[in-house]
Design a protein around this ligand. Structure first.
Ligand SMILES: Nc1ncnc2c1ncn2[C@@H]1O[C@H](COP(=O)(O)OP(=O)(O)O)[C@@H](O)[C@H]1O
Ligand SMILES: [Mg+2]
Length: 387
């Protein structure tokens, strides 16, 4: 018997539907259940051939459990090692190397110093930074958001340098990125499962939460949707995620990848709507069954992206992901070719915060620069003089 487990947190609709869907299929030798963790002993295998991880980003104990499960052969989806390693800024760099357009983005040191560091910890950082050069490169309006995170938390839209410094002073120890705004006329949120199953959902982030998943939207060009699908597959092949969403903002016909580091994407029926929910339950169930059937006991059963695979075996020539036959694409949006079967995303429920909403002002913030409280140059000069 190959067991498929799901590890989850506060979500209520997807996990049970996923378990039920697998078990309803009554596939010989396959069953699914909620993961139950008791004692975690080093290098002990789990009873699961496959575990779908929906929560270890919030529960570090689970992340360590999953790595231990993986080294003993469990196929953990998504790969807990890669998930621990990547973040949005690196992923943007990877997108550029992969040929997928992304907005111009700059990484910023945190406003406040990390715990247990002093100004001496920052002597390698130029002070003050070339803020004018950064602003000139990115332009205003701009977006500022954490390099790791999600759920629309601490995302700011900024109109000028004053707003930037004011907002940055509120971000504490968060590492932020400053990003060019993509003024878009289309926005997509795309599920990508198993590397090749893509569901393109038309999304309007400027709408109130319950109206974000657009239904009956305008008919879109097949070429644009094909490009979106191609970029989604390319990004996930490079990253190696089995279960992810990619958001694109389309400007002048070019889809820019905005947010594609979502290894536990929202799959709640109340936010994505009935038809998208049905797609993700069915596709995730089939993917997990396939992984369970392919599972080799005691071996490495994780998915790795081409970034890692090529680093280990740089001579590999064949593409990491097979091109998907056109019939596999099931866009939630209308294409001219699919006019007769438009699908609908019925409603969305608020699960995210609005841009720049709910700022937590810190009283400490009085300078307009980043982490070092004192000019770092001074620290270096002092040290040199003392020699
Ligand atoms: N560069 C950008 N250009 C235009 N809109 C953006 C940009 N970055 C973020 N946004 C808007 O802010 C929202 C939240 O940002 P996102 O990067 O998706 O963060 P999160 O991971 O928190 O969802 C996006 O859905 C989009 O509406
Ligand atoms: Mg997002």
């Amino acid at each position: 018997m190959k067991k498929i487990g799901i590890l989850f947190g506060q979500e209520n609709t997807f996990p049970q539907a996923f378990i039920d869907r697998i078990n309803e299929k009554k596939i010989n030798g396959i069953m699914a259940e909620a993961v139950l963790i008791d004692k975690v002993m080093q290098a002990d295998p789990t009873e699961y051939a496959v575990i779908i991880d929906r929560i270890s980003q919030d529960v570090p104990f689970y992340r360590a459990y999953l790595k231990n499960a993986a080294i003993s052969g469990t196929a953990v989806l998504n790969n807990p090692f890669w998930w621990s390693a990547d973040e949005k800024f690196f992923n943007n760099a990877l997108a550029i190397k992969t040929g997928v357009p992304v907005p111009k983005t700059v990484l910023l040191p945190s406003k406040d110093r990390p715990d247990d560091t002093t100004e001496n910890s920052f002597r390698n950082l130029k002070y003050p930074m070339d803020w004018d050069g950064i602003f000139e490169h990115i332009g205003f309006p701009a977006y500022m958001k954490p390099f790791a995170g999600g759920g629309w938390k601490n995302v700011y839209k900024l109109n000028n340098a004053d707003e930037f410094f004011k907002s940055h002073s509120e971000t504490g120890q968060l590492i932020m990125m400053l990003q060019e705004e993509i003024v878009f006329n289309e926005y997509f949120r795309c599920y990508c499962l198993g590397g090749d199953e893509v569901r393109i959902m038309q999304y309007e982030p400027r709408n109130p939460h319950h109206l974000r998943y657009v239904h009956d939207g305008p008919t879109l060009s097949k070429k644009l949707l094909d490009t979106v699908k191609d970029y989604t597959i390319k990004l996930n092949a490079a990253l190696g995620y089995d279960f992810n969403t990619v958001e694109f903002a389309v400007r002048d016909g070019i889809p820019y990848a905005i947010d594609f580091c979502n290894p536990a994407p929202d799959a709640d029926i109340n936010s994505v709507g009935q038809e998208n929910f049905e797609w993700v339950v069915e596709t995730a169930a089939n993917m997990a069954i396939k992984k369970a059937q392919e599972h080799k006991p005691g071996q490495m059963n994780l998915t790795w992206g081409t970034f890692v695979k090529n680093a280990v075996a740089p001579t590999t020539k064949k593409p990491a992901v097979k091109k998907t036959p056109a019939k596999k694409a099931t866009p939630a949006v209308k294409t001219p070719a699919a006019k007769t079967t438009p699908t609908k995303a019925k409603k969305a429920v608020a699960t995210t915060k609005t841009v720049a909403a709910k700022k937590t002002t810190t009283t400490k913030a009085k300078t307009t620069a980043a982490a070092p409280k004192k000019p770092v140059k001074k620290a270096i000069t002092t040290k040199r003089k003392s020699k």
